[in-house]
Design a protein around this ligand. Structure first.
Ligand code: HEM
Length: 303
C-alpha cells in the first residue's frame, strides 16, 4: 500500500512508532531545523510576461520572506556539510508564490516508497547507506552527485533548484513544463577543505546577516523548459543543461523587512511548494504532490 503522509513524516523525523505523532509533538521535531529567516524583494523581469500568462509577475516589486536551512532534524547540526536550502515566500498584492529549494539539482527518490525507504535506512548509519547504494540506483546517483557539491561558506554562494516540475501557461494558452533554477549573480564560490576547517561549527547565519547589511545576496531566477523527451514527473532525472532557460526575475535578499512580524515569526509557519499563482500549476510528480500535506502534518506536530 502507498505510504501515508503520517508515515512519511514519521520516517523523516525518525520516530516510526504508533505514538510518533504525539511523540513528535512533544519534542517538536522538524526537518530542516537548523535555519533562520530573513527578507528581501523579488523584481520580475518585464519580459517574463511576454512568454507566460502569469499576472503575478506584472507587479514590479514583490515582498520576500526567506528561510535558509540545512537538512535534518537537529537544530544544532554543523554548518560544515554541503547541503544548503532556500525557501521563499513571495507575497504579492493579490497572490503569493512559494519556493522550497535545494542546492542539489537531483532528488534521491522518484516515488513515496523509495522516499520512505531512504529516510528509514539513512538513519541506520553506514550499513543503511550501503544498503541504499546497493539496492537503490536513484539514491546512489544522488549520493554521487552530493559528493561533487562544492563546499561553501555562505548561503549566498550556491545555486538553488526547485527540483520538481511545474506546468506554466504560455502567452498563447499552451502548457509547458519547467523547473526553477536560481543562479547566484556573483557565481558559485567554492572554498577549500582548509578554509572550511577554519570555520566554527556555526557561521552561516552570522555570515549572511553581516553580508546583507552592506550588500544584498542576489539570484537570477530562471525557468528551465522541458523538451518533448524530458521526464517531467521524475525528480531523480536532471534535464540536459542545453535546455532553454527563461529569465523570470531577480531575488534580492537585503533584510528589508527583518523587523516585521512576518519575518520574526516565519519559523512558526510553513513554506508550501504548492502555493502558486494563476498560470502555474503542479506537475503530476508524486514527490511534489506529497510535499504540502507532509509540511502541514509536520506543522501540526510541532505546534
Ligand atoms: C515526498 C517528499 C518530501 C517529504 C515527505 C518532505 C518532508 C518535509 C518535512 C516533514 C519538512 C518539515 C516541514 C515543517 O515542519 O515546516 C520539510 C521541510 C523542507 N523540505 Fe521537504 N520533503 C520532501 C521533498 C522535498 C524536496 C524535493 C525538497 C527540495 C527541493 C525539499 C526541501 C525542503 C526544505 C527546504 C524544507 C524546509 C522548509 C523551511 O525552511 O521551513 N523537500 N520537508
Amino acid at each position: 500500500a502507498q505510504k501515508t503522509i503520517s508515515e512519511l513524516v514519521d520516517a523523516v523525523n525518525g520516530t516510526p512508532d504508533e505514538l510518533s505523532r504525539d511523540a513528535g509533538k512533544k519534542v517538536k521535531l522538524r526537518n530542516h531545523a537548523n535555519g533562520f529567516c530573513t527578507s528581501g524583494v523579488f523584481k520580475p523581469n518585464p519580459q517574463a510576461t511576454d512568454a507566460f500568462a502569469i499576472p503575478f509577475f506584472t507587479q514590479a516589486n514583490i515582498d520576500i520572506i526567506a528561510r535558509f536551512s540545512l537538512g535534518g532534524i537537529n537544530p544544532l547540526s554543523s554548518d560544515k556539510t554541503t547541503g544548503r536550502f532556500m525557501s521563499l515566500k513571495l507575497n504579492g498584492d493579490n497572490e503569493s508564490l512559494h519556493f522550497v529549494t535545494s542546492n542539489a539539482e537531483v532528488f534521491f527518490a522518484s516515488n513515496l516508497d523509495d522516499f520512505f525507504t531512504f529516510q528509514t535506512k539513512i538513519k541506520q548509519g553506514n550499513e543503511g547507506k550501503q544498503w541504499l547504494i546497493d539496492n537503490k540506483p536513484d539514491t546512489k546517483a544522488f549520493f554521487d552527485y552530493v559528493k561533487k557539491l562544492p563546499s561553501t561558506i555562505s548561503y549566498a554562494d550556491n545555486r538553488y533548484f526547485g527540483v520538481n516540475s511545474f506546468i506554466f501557461t504560455s502567452k498563447n494558452g499552451e502548457s509547458v513544463a519547467g523547473r526553477w533554477i536560481f543562479e547566484p549573480v556573483n557565481g558559485v564560490r567554492a572554498v577549500s577543505a582548509n578554509e572550511l576547517a577554519q570555520k566554527p561549527d556555526h557561521f552561516l547565519q552570522q555570515e549572511l546577516t553581516e553580508r546583507i547589511a552592506s550588500t544584498p545576496a542576489t539570484w537570477d531566477l530562471f525557468v528551465q523548459l522541458a523538451e518533448e523527451q524530458d521526464k517531467v514527473n521524475d525528480p531523480t532525472i536532471v534535464w540536459p543543461t542545453s535546455r532553454k532557460r527563461l529569465l523570470i526575475g531577480q531575488v534580492i535578499i537585503n533584510g528589508q523587512h527583518d523587523d516585521s512580524k512576518a519575518t520574526l515569526e516565519c519559523d512558526k509557519g510553513i513554506f508550501n511548494p504548492l502555493q502558486l499563482p494563476k498560470g502555474i500549476s503542479p506537475s503530476a510528480d508524486p514527490i511534489l504532490n506529497a510535499r504540502s500535506a507532509a509540511y502541514i502534518e509536520s506543522f501540526i506536530r510541532r505546534n
